[in-house]
Write a protein that binds this ligand. Structure first.
Ligand SMILES: Nc1ncnc2c1ncn2[C@@H]1O[C@H](COP(=O)(O)OP(=O)(O)OP(=O)(O)O)[C@@H](O)[C@H]1O
Ligand SMILES: [Mg+2]
Length: 229
């Protein structure tokens, strides 16, 4: 289970003080598919980054499967991220100088999964994502949809407990975007992965529980499978 309790994050920049998250509290159970929604600037990416150990909050706690992320030191947190968290960004997920297969293998290498074990897992993921023929291609040779399918494969290659996806379909047409989401859901289910995804696609949102609706950094609404709290 992922538990977020009283998370606040303020940025101070040339634009002044921005309270990106204000006292955010919610939880997502294991293997749930959660959607994070809200207008531009409402704090969605900040929330995801806090959940992924990338952005220490000013106050509050983030617990992932019993581990309080920001009680860990830097080294321990990196290790937790490497083992248990998969991230898909809106764009720029792939390393441009590595092939599709090498990109998928990257998190495996970080987790000391090498040799035949790595090759087997890469082949399995290429097959499941329909990318066998593209194994040796470089990222710039892929379409947007193919790129995001590789991003999904790479994000879940090491069987993370948590998959965080920040508008992974924003640059895709609706049909291709849905394909990518279905792939995430299928793979999440096979691997018993908890998925938290920022999206604007209403059909995807309707299939999600809980739905976390942010407004000006606050949780404006939290809908967990019909039961509003
Ligand atoms: N590193 C930063 N430095 C200063 N301000 C920041 C930083 N990151 C985010 N912000 C500000 O915090 C607020 C929330 O940003 P965030 O990126 O979380 O929004 P978002 O909901 O993901 O928006 P979008 O839908 O446009 O991606 C915004 O006002 C943004 O300008
Ligand atoms: Mg964002």
């Amino acid at each position: 289970m992922i538990q977020v309790d009283g998370v606040t994050k303020t940025f101070r920049s040339g634009r002044g003080t921005v309270r990106a998250l204000r006292d955010a509290t919610f939880s997502v159970d294991a293997v749930q598919f959660a959607a994070v929604i809200g207008k531009s600037g409402s704090g969605k990416s900040t929330l995801l980054n806090c959940l992924g150990g990338l952005e220490p909050p000013d106050s509050g706690t983030v617990r992932c499967f019993g581990t309080s992320l920001y009680s860990l030191n830097h080294h321990e947190r990196s290790r937790f991220q490497r083992r248990h968290i998969g991230f898909i960004f809106q764009r720029g997920n792939l390393l441009s100088y590595l092939t599709v297969a090498e990109n998928i293998g990257f998190p495996l290498s970080l987790n000391n999964i090498t040799g035949n074990d790595q090759t087997r897992r890469i082949d399995e993921l290429l097959d499941r994502t329909g990318l066998l023929a593209a194994a040796r291609a470089l990222p710039h040779e892929l379409s947007g949809g193919e790129t995001q399918r590789v991003a999904v494969a790479r994000a879940i290659a090491h069987h993370p407990k948590i998959l965080l996806a920040d508008e992974p379909t924003a640059n895709l047409d609706t049909a291709t975007g849905r394909q990518v989401v279905r792939l995430m859901q299928d793979m999440g289910q096979t691997d018993q992965c908890t998925i938290i995804m920022v999206t604007h696609d209403l059909e995807v949102v309707e299939a999600a529980a809980p739905i976390i609706y942010l407004r000006d950094g606050r949780i404006h609404d939290y809908n967990n499978g019909g039961a509003r709290v």
